[in-house]
Design a protein around this ligand. Structure first.
Ligand code: NAD
Ligand code: 6OD
Length: 490
């Protein structure tokens, strides 16, 4: 039975390879709970091999390429992802179960856009130059030179696998580095497939490597601890970020972290009601609530509170769970049974803490092939204090708590009353309020009358426990570069 399943191999030195130990682990389709593929489990030796090949590539043809030539290659990668988009789509859906409509609109095009945009950023990037006076009157010219860091370790989560991996791989390659990627153990498929693309468009061997496995005591940790990995870029839970930072600190490795959130949405009575409902439905339930930017705390100005909760609940009930390939499906499963148990424990916690369950609150019963998948009901609760654990801990599922507020200062204070600071969504038609509230929120990204609208050239990252650093546009080039100042005495 197992022998006929596809294998997601490691990708090292330009070739797909089994692990040196021959060990594999299961890749589960969360819509059915069935194993759909096997994954090569990287040993420490495999990680060493991947890092060595990445190191060699720096000294080889990759290191010799000019920035415009690297940009050309990035554009070819983008074009090839588009050409092979149905294969990427199939792989992403088999791993995550997300609706095809969502993956077709978000995951796959963004995977390509990351390469296209960072090619453009590279082509247009400038550096600082200063003319500095000197005592002899001749002066000096000082300029900053961006040079690659070396081998970069890229550690990724499972929620937007191709999108979030390429968001880091593309700028790392643009800056002239080579990478070793450790995709999430839940979603290995698209990282392996990208290896094919790299080969097809002529990216030199060793520039892009993939090692599959887990975190502690496995490929993730081996990568962080590898002395030849010069920097770690990581997206995932804040707790994991702390563990990685502790390990990386012994080598004083630079880290860039995009971490968890407990994001607020603030809905003012002067908002466009229908737009606020449509936007909040997206910000709570997109990707089954498994986007780090999802709103889990919704604050609504009291005069519209009841109407808002009713309309939001109506929208939640209208979500259609089912076959990811059906055009009517709008709600996928959670990523795994383990994650479903975690989210269900929060549904139980909310009830124990005294919440009123407006809609949902349970497993979603599915039939036929989907009966054993990780399905769950979209859920809205009300009536909890801001101190309730439901309102303080990241759940990462299709649930929000909705609470009323009476004035702007209160809404901002409560929105900021969290250890996280990733993003917020603000719904208002009052322009002054929009600017005021956006400025007052302790977050890395404040959306006004929108959510997850991204220009990849702008800074992205989290405040407080939601991240370290900002990536996006030239900021990514800065993180992935050793910036050297050259002083020429004239
Ligand atoms: P996770 O932290 O469990 O795992 C992320 C990756 O880290 C996986 O590849 C995992 O194998 C690896 N890992 C785990 N422990 C490790 C260790 N000790 N050393 C090295 N690697 C290790 O996160 P997840 O469950 O995959 O993703 C969900 C989380 O990610 C949520 O908290 C979500 O908010 C966050 N997230 C944040 C952003 C953002 O942009 N801020 C984006 C997506 C997801
Ligand atoms: O769009 C992005 O670049 C980005 N980093 C999104 C993060 C989504 C979190 O799940």
């Amino acid at each position: 039975m197992t022998a006929s399943l596809p294998l997601h191999a490691l990708f090292i030195d330009g070739a797909h390879r089994p692990s040196s130990s021959g060990e594999t682990f299961d890749d589960v389709d969360p819509t059915t709970g069935a194993v759909w593929a096997k994954v090569a489990l990287a040993s420490k030796d495999d990680v060493d091999r991947a890092v060595s090949s990445a190191k060699r590539a720096l000294k080889g043809p990759w290191g010799a390429l000019s920035a415009p030539a690297r940009a050309d290659l990035l554009e070819k990668i983008a074009a090839r992802i588009v050409e092979r988009s149905e294969e990427f789509l199939r792989a992403e859906i088999a791993d995550t179960g997300k609706p095809a409509g969502f993956a077709r609109a978000v995951d796959i095009p963004r995977g390509a856009a990351n390469f296209r945009v960072f090619a453009q950023v590279l082509r247009t990037a400038t550096t600082e130059t200063y003319e500095t006076p000197t005592d002899d009157g001749a002066g000096a010219l000082m300029y900053a030179l961006r040079q690659p860091l070396g081998v970069v370790g890229v550690i990724c989560p499972w929620n937007l696998p191709l999108l979030l991996m390429t968001w880091k791989v593309a700028p790392a390659l643009a800056a002239g580095n080579t990478v070793v990627v450790k995709p999430s153990e839940e979603t290995p498929a698209t990282a392996s497939l990208l290896g094919d693309v790299m080969r097809e468009v002529g990216v030199p061997d060793g520039v892009y490597n993939v090692v599959h496995g887990f975190g502690p005591g496995s490929a993730g940790e081996f990568l962080v601890e590898h002395p030849d990995v010069r920097a770690i870029t990581f997206t995932g839970e804040s707790r994991t970020g702390a563990a990685i930072m502790a390990k990386a600190s012994s080598w004083v490795k630079p880290v860039s972290f995009e971490l968890g959130g407990k994001n607020p949405a603030l809905v003012f009575a002067d908002s466009d009601f229908d737009a606020a409902i449509a936007g909040t439905l997206r910000s709570v339930f997109a990707n089954c609530g498994q986007v780090c930017l999802c709103s889990e705390r919704v604050y609504v100005e009291r005069p519209i509170f009841d109407r808002f909760v009713d309309a939001l609940a109506k929208g939640a009930r209208a979500l259609v769970a089912g076959d990811p390939w059906s055009s009517s499906t709008t709600l996928g499963p959670l990523i795994s049974e383990t994650h479903r148990q975690k989210v269900l424990s929060y549904y139980a916690l909310a009830k124990n803490e005294g919440a009123t369950v407006v809609t949902g609150g349970a497993v979603k019963d599915m039939s036929g092939a989907f009966a054993r998948g990780a399905w769950i009901e979209p859920t809205i609760v009300t009536g909890l204090s801001d101190e309730a654990r439901t309102n303080r801990e990241e759940i990462f599922g299709p649930i929000c708590h909705v609470a009323p507020f009476d004035d702007e200062d209160e809404a901002v204070r409560r929105a900021n009353d969290t250890e996280y600071g990733l993003c917020a969504a603000v719904w208002t038609q009052n322009l002054s309020r929009a600017h005021r509230v956006a400025r007052a929120l302790d977050v890395g990204m404040a959306w006004v009358n929108s959510w997850y609208l991204r220009d990849l050239r702008t800074p992205f990252g989290g405040a407080k426990r939601s991240g370290v650093g900002r990536e996006g546009g030239v900021r990514s080039l800065e993180f992935y570069s050793d910036v050297k100042t050259v002083c020429i005495k004239l």
